[in-house]
Design a protein around this ligand. Structure first.
Ligand code: TXA
Ligand code: MG
Length: 322
């Protein structure tokens, strides 16, 4: 079992050493914890795929420490990329750009584009600065499972597969970064996140294409992803009483992530989710994880609002539920 370390100067130095030697470091970001490796070292990158049990043809995001480093990884960078970077970095936004020829294909899953972002977390930024290069990091969870939002989640999830876990506390955003593809003729949203479509459009001054049916291999686009092990259902407030009755008649133990409907039946485990979208997103994965550990028959998520502000949360819920 590997230890979780407090990210003081010593720990950052140690983490840099691990990265330089081709090891894996779990890093806190504002979205979720990442499983980091030296992005210029194909052997180190292979370890990420092995630790996650993720197919090798799924691309990884390269985390960088400053905007100038975009040029180390990408080619033909449109002006729009720099405008978005200046506005939203460090922050929960990933840009997909044409890759430089020397970027390892292990990172891009064989594609000619690369995903880049500067995370907004002091520990991640200190590590990136000390390390100097790019850190490839997918979310630090097993393939298809819930992303970790605390150092303990990473330990539970990946244990000894990680050489060092930097503890940066709980993630403040809680869902993975917004991904926008700027490698084509029109900006295209590949994954919704905390940075909204209108945030993007206000900087781009053009429409963002939402049709993400494409050949791009993006695990976040698969139908079941971010999922607990326990069967998880999404249900509207109106349909909840009937569903609860049906499940209790079948003798199933039930847990609910409730939004407005708060059952008082003692046999039902309830986690009251925050009403504010940003707080809901922050606690979503930790709440699903907590429920998943109770070995319940079924987890029910009460459907939160379905408007634009809730797009990222609803995207993740639709992939966590059946
Ligand atoms: O917030 C985040 O983005 C977190 C933190 C750790 O930065 N990372 C994360 O990584 O969520 P991951 O690997 O779990 O999801 C990254 C997504 C995947 O769906 C991947 O396919 C997509 O980014 N991606 C990466 N490079 C891509 C590329 N060149 N083209 C299309 N999609 C890409
Ligand atoms: Mg992931």
């Amino acid at each position: 079992m590997k230890s979780i370390v407090t990210p003081d100067t010593n720990a950052i130095e140690k983490a840099v050493e691990v990265l330089k030697q081709g090891g894996l470091v779990a890093i806190p970001t504002e979205t979720v914890y990442g499983l980091g490796a030296d992005a210029s070292n194909p052997d180190a990158i292979k370890k990420i795929f092995a630790a996650k049990g993720r197919p090798e043809n799924h691309p990884l995001i390269v985390h960088i420490g400053n905007i100038e480093q975009l040029n180390d990884w990408a080619l033909d960078i449109p002006d729009s990329a720099f405008r978005l970077a200046k506005q939203f970095w460090p922050g929960p936004l990933t840009l997909i750009l044409k890759k430089r020829p020397e970027v390892p294909l292990e990172i891009t899953g064989g594609q000619d584009t690369v995903g880049l972002r500067i995370p907004n977390n002091p520990v991640a930024l200190a590590l990136l600065k000390s390390f100097g290069g790019g850190i490839a990091a997918p979310s630090a969870n097993r393939f298809k499972h819930i992303s970790p939002t605390s150092a303990h989640h990473v330990l539970e999830e990946l244990g000894s597969a990680v050489d060092l876990i930097l503890d940066g506390g709980s993630c403040t955003v809680g869902v993975e970064s917004t991904i926008i593809d700027l490698s084509g003729s029109q900006p295209r949203l590949l994954r919704p996140g905390h940075i909204s479509i209108s945030d993007l459009e206000s900087v781009l001054k053009e429409k963002v294409c939402l049709d993400n049916k494409s050949e791009i291999r993006s695990p976040g686009m698969m139908e079941v992803h971010y999922a607990p092990t326990t069967q998880t259902l999404l249900c509207s407030k109106n349909q909840l009483p009937a569903l609860l009755k049906e499940l209790s008649e079948k003798g199933k133990t039930v847990g609910i992530l409730s939004y407005q409907y708060h059952p008082t039946n003692k046999n039902i485990t309830v986690i009251k989710m925050p009403e504010l979208q940003t707080q809901y997103a922050q606690f979503l994965y930790a709440s699903l994880r907590e429920m998943d550990q109770l070995n319940l028959g079924v987890i029910i998520v009460e459907q939160p609002p379905q408007n634009e502000a809730w797009r990222a949360v609803n995207d993740r819920l639709s992939k966590a539920t059946v």
